[in-house]
Design a protein around this ligand. Sequence first.
Ligand SMILES: [Cu+2]
Length: 329
Amino acid sequence: MFLRRLASAAAIALAVGSMTAVQNSDPASADAQTTQSDSAEVRASAQEETTTVRYGPYTLPAAGSGDSEDGHGGHGQESGIALNAEKPCEDCFITGFAPNLTYADGTDANVDEGAMMHHFVLFDSTEDDAVCPGSQRIFSSGNERVASDFPDGYGLEVGAGERWYLNYDLMNMAPEEQTVYIEIEFSHTAAGADAGITPLTPLWLDVGGCFGSEYDAPEGASEESRYWRSDLSGDLVHMRGHLHHAGHSIWTDNISEHSRLCRIEAEEGGSPEFVDLNGHGQISDMPPCSGDLGRVERGDLLRTTARYEIEGHSHDDVMGIMTGWLAED
Ligand SMILES: [Cu+2]
């Protein structure tokens, strides 16, 4: 099963944000092309613009090739870490992002053609993560490619000297090799005193903990939880989730306040692109929570729970991750 085959180095870096795993990097993958949108695409406010950054190319080995870990009939996999990942802007606030996996001509590469964006994570190596030791985990997505738009007036600040790196894990279920790109459309606005943007701190709330995002889910319905005691205070304004195939839902509660901050249900096979070559529906939507999600006070205990409903057999190496964005006081 492809669900089992995450490269361990990539998985550790995903959880810990550790720069120690960068030996895995593929220098060719650090190349990225940036296309600045023309003025016709500028939307929302006068200052907001969109920039699409293309990471890659990544060549995915054919399914069943010798590159798969079990060596027979597995999915082709391409994973690693790209250093010096392109940023869409500097001295700016990122106010939203829309991830995708594409072919060279810009069309969608999805599981109906065998290509799966198992996940990617962008790190800022110049900031510490708020939850776990290591670099700050700033943007991520699984194959569902859900777009996030932060509420008006909020954004993630990108400094001029900031250095990003990209952890990617891509898979191929097709019998032939294919070449794909990770494409992220960022909306952003210039920083500065008149920007009127409140900076956000990303929170990575991972059922797997800090030292590995993966865990094994049994057959049937199961729930797995993890607690985090906040050492930050602020307003939570956006949350998005990540689950693997057969993931049902994920939610985060503020136990100290007896309140629910966000609950997200996964949809599978919602459109033909998300039905794979074996006829299985893969996760196609996990709508984010956005707006006034609640207060988090220093000392509050947050609990994140992932629910899986799996028919017929257990799944190894699943994930349950909620990422949140906090406007600190
Ligand atoms: Cu994952």
